[in-house]
Every structure is written in structure tokens, then in C-alpha cells.
Design a protein around this ligand. Structure first.
Ligand code: FEO
Length: 168
């Protein structure tokens, strides 16, 4: 049976992953409206990935005999700017998520819950990848500036992102 404090923190993290998923869906629809189909596809894949994260935590909590509490998911932002600003916001989301995974990890350590520590290791590694991929895109967008040829090239490149593997 999992510690109550950890159960609460895992439920909060499930909500955070689903909130991120919803935000990325908002970004995807924004890019679709802007006719940037590759950017839209990339964000849709990111949305799918966050759902996988949420489900991975949800199944883990169930496996440990915890109670899943599904709470409200806030509406995504809709005041989007240029692609660079959207990706900067995505990076903020990931940095925040890394912080909360770290806090969860520390709580599991404090409570001597080694199974949860082990489970969260995957998320820590995943966050490194997530932050890096978004930082790389931000760096490219920075270089592209107002150059539409560069933007279209990146749009094409991001459109080739494939769906995440279902890790469960
Ligand atoms: Fe689920 Fe983007 O971290």
C-alpha cells in the first residue's frame, strides 16, 4: 500500500501531465489555424506523449493499491504569439514539470519508497529529453528570426515527428 502523502503527490502529478497535454493540444490547434501543419503535428505528438506520462503514473498508482483522484484540468491558454513565444511557453511547462517530478522523487526518497523512486527514474530521464528537444527548437527559431523560408523548413522537419511508443 502506498503512503497517503505520495498518493496525493502522484495524483497531483497526473493532473499536471494532463494539464500539459491539454496545453499542447491548444498549441497544436493554434498552429493548425496558422497553417503551420508541421508545428501543429509536433505539438499533437507532444500532447500524446503527455497523455502517456499521465497514464503511466495512473497505472502505477493503481498497481500500488492507491486511489486515483481525477481533478479538473484548467483550460489551455489561447493568447498565442509567434512560434518562438509558443515554444518558450512549452519550455516553461517542461521546466515546471521537471521541478515537480524532482519534488516527487525527493518525497519518495524521504518515505523510503524505493519502488516509486525506481519508477520516477524514467520520468527524470524523460524530462532531460523533453527540455532538450524544446531548447533545440527554440535555438533554431532564434536563428530563423523573420525568415519565412527557414520557418517553412522547420515546419516541414517538425512534421516528421512520430507518435510516442505506448510505454505501458
Ligand atoms: Fe510529461 Fe513533458 O513531461
Amino acid at each position: 500500500m502506498i503512503h497517503k502523502e505520495l498518493e496525493t503527490a502522484l495524483n497531483a502529478q497526473i493532473n499536471q501531465e494532463l494539464t500539459a497535454a491539454y496545453n499542447y493540444l491548444g498549441m497544436s490547434t493554434h498552429f493548425d489555424n496558422e497553417n503551420l501543419d508541421g508545428f501543429s503535428k509536433w505539438m499533437l505528438m507532444q500532447h500524446e506523449e503527455e497523455k502517456v506520462h499521465a497514464m503511466k503514473l495512473l497505472h502505477y498508482l493503481q498497481d500500488r493499491g492507491g486511489k486515483v483522484s481525477l481533478n479538473a484540468i484548467p483550460a489551455p491558454n489561447s493568447d498565442f504569439g509567434e512560434p518562438l513565444a509558443v515554444f518558450q511557453r512549452a519550455l516553461e511547462t517542461e521546466v515546471q514539470n521537471t521541478k515537480s517530478i524532482n519534488a516527487l522523487y525527493e518525497l519518495a526518497l524521504k518515505l523510503n519508497d524505493h519502488a516509486t523512486v525506481s519508477h520516477l527514474q524514467w520520468f527524470l530521464d524523460e524530462q532531460v529529453e523533453e527540455e532538450k528537444s524544446i531548447e533545440d527548437i527554440i535555438a533554431l527559431l532564434d536563428r530563423i528570426g523573420d525568415e519565412s523560408a527557414g520557418l517553412l523548413y522547420l515546419d516541414d522537419k517538425l512534421g516528421s515527428r512520430s507518435a510516442p511508443e505506448d510505454v505501458e
